[in-house]
Design a protein around this ligand. Structure first.
Ligand SMILES: [Fe+2]
Ligand SMILES: [Fe+2]
Length: 174
């Protein structure tokens, strides 16, 4: 598993700095959420890191687009969930493929591991500058938006709210 993981990480860092930063931030948020919920930190770190593995197959020109993307491009981008799940299976990382496949599904019946990674992913995207086509929102606004979606379990959103505050503190003291 470590070999496949290193290979993906190396590819991510060579392909796109934003993808790497986003994935690392999601991984750290997932780890803190898992720690606070008494779950397997290492599993969630890896799950966060690999949730967007399918973006390795999306052209950089599309990942780095600074304006709103068109319908056709959106379809290509959407495929990263499916491609990621397939790629992870091919590399023997099956235990993370469901998360990659479902992390953009906005339904209320998502398994808990998918919910954890999905809230961390959405929060990171909403509050970060890298999403150049949309202005970042504050942490509070992002958390409010996640509540308003009515698809995530309250425990998961509350755990994210605590985790993001801890993550910010950790960042400042580094
Ligand atoms: Fe994604
Ligand atoms: Fe993501």
């Amino acid at each position: 598993m470590q070999r496949a993981l290193n290979l993906l990480l190396q590819n991510m860092s060579e392909k796109n700095a934003t993808l790497l930063t986003h994935s690392l931030n999601v991984a750290k948020l997932c780890t803190i959420i898992a720690r606070n919920l008494g779950m397997d930190e290492e599993y969630y770190y890896t799950a966060g890191l690999l949730h967007d593995a399918g973006k390795l197959l999306v052209p950089n020109a599309l990942l780095d687009k600074s304006i709103s993307i068109g319908n056709e491009e959106q379809e290509i981008l959407k495929n990263h969930s499916k491609w990621g799940a397939e790629l992870l299976k091919l590399l023997g990382l099956n235990e993370f493929s469901v998360i990659a496949l479902l992390h953009h599904q906005d339904t209320s019946d998502l398994p808990l591991p998918v919910q954890i990674v999905a809230v961390a992913d959405k929060f990171e995207a909403m509050t970060s500058l890298w999403r150049q086509y949309k202005k970042p929102v504050t942490a509070k606004e992002a958390i409010d938006e996640l509540w308003n979606m009515r698809i995530f379990h309250p425990t998961v959103i509350e755990a994210l709210a605590i985790a993001q505050a801890e993550f910010l503190t950790e960042k400042k003291t580094c």
